[in-house]
Design a protein. Structure first.
Length: 268
């Protein structure tokens, strides 16, 4: 009798492997194959017993492993009878393309389970000390993508009290401009959180107009390996009071000088 396969779409959280759910750790221990995306901390994979760990990530510029191939590989292993742990950063259903993989599994009538993870917005907010829906300050929060297809005209949801912009490493200045043009106050508080929950976490706080005029040199020198998320709205100001990590937030206003000069005081 052939063993029947199953896929588990697993959210690994934003970085720190201790943020993994117990269910995710349990399934990793049972998996025959692990297919893993970029941005998953190696410590997460320590729960896997199998040595068949395949990296299927595509960092936006390298495009080493297209999504179609990742989905195809997942389906092929499940059809072949394997228990497959498909591990994604954050949560699989928040900008993780987990929906596409789940649909492909459903269409192929293959069994699957979705295991949620701490999505970057929630992880970054916690690790930066930003209460996303602080009572009396913010009653709504929007998770939006900062990714811009070439030539596409996208508008981001500017109506929510708190706007969390994923994938904004190269677009945050333009997005800040867009929000200003659409009437957001230049004094709207913002926080940029880079590598949330990683040992190299950096938090920058300031105002929307400062974000719109980020220093070119600093902007260009951003480490592309460290993921960036922006939290825009009054709640971002709490990072200065509620930062519980050793490093204090770095004022965006100080970034007009070349980055190297500010980093020493900013790192843990
Ligand atoms: N499924 C993931 C999101 C994948 S999109 C989730 O639910 O979190 C990748 C984007 O997530 C990055 O461009 C960045 O905006 C954000 N991100 C992921 N990990 C992060 C981290 N540790 N710190 C800050 N942003 C992070």
């Amino acid at each position: 009798m052939t063993k029947s396969g199953k896929a588990y779409l697993i959210g690994a959280g934003p970085g720190d492997p201790r943020l993994l759910t117990l269910r995710a750790a349990e399934v990793l221990g049972q998996a025959d194959v692990v297919l893993v995306d970029d941005l998953v901390h190696p410590g997460v994979l320590a729960h896997a017993r199998t040595r068949r760990i395949i990296h299927v990530g595509k960092r936006s510029q390298r495009r080493s492993f297209p999504q179609e191939l990742a989905t195809h590989t997942l389906l092929a292993y499940v059809r072949g009878g394997s228990i497959v742990a498909r591990v994604k950063g954050g949560d699989p259903f928040v900008f993780g393309r987990g929906g596409e993989e789940a649909l492909a599994l459903a269409e192929a009538r293959l069994p699957f389970e979705i295991i949620p993870g701490v999505t970057a917005a929630v992880g970054a907010a916690a690790y930066a000390g930003i209460p996303l829906t602080h009572r009396g300050v913010a009653a709504s929060v929007a998770f939006v993508t900062g990714h811009r297809e070439a030539g596409a005209t996208q508008r981001i949801d500017a109506d929510a009290d708190t706007i969390v912009v994923y994938m904004c490493q190269r677009t945050i200045r333009d997005i800040a401009h867009e929000l200003l043009e659409r009437g957001k106050s230049p004094m709207t508080c913002v926080a940029l959180v880079r590598g949330a929950s990683w040992p190299t976490q950096e938090v920058f706080t300031g105002y929307l107009d400062e974000l719109a005029t980020l220093d070119d040199e600093w902007y260009a020198a951003l480490d592309p390996e460290l993921p960036t998320i922006a939290i825009i709205g009054a709640v971002a100001s709490y990072a200065d009071q509620l930062a519980w990590q050793d490093a204090r937030p770095i004022p965006i206003a100080s970034l007009r000088v070349p980055r190297l000069r500010v980093v020493a005081g900013g790192r843990r």
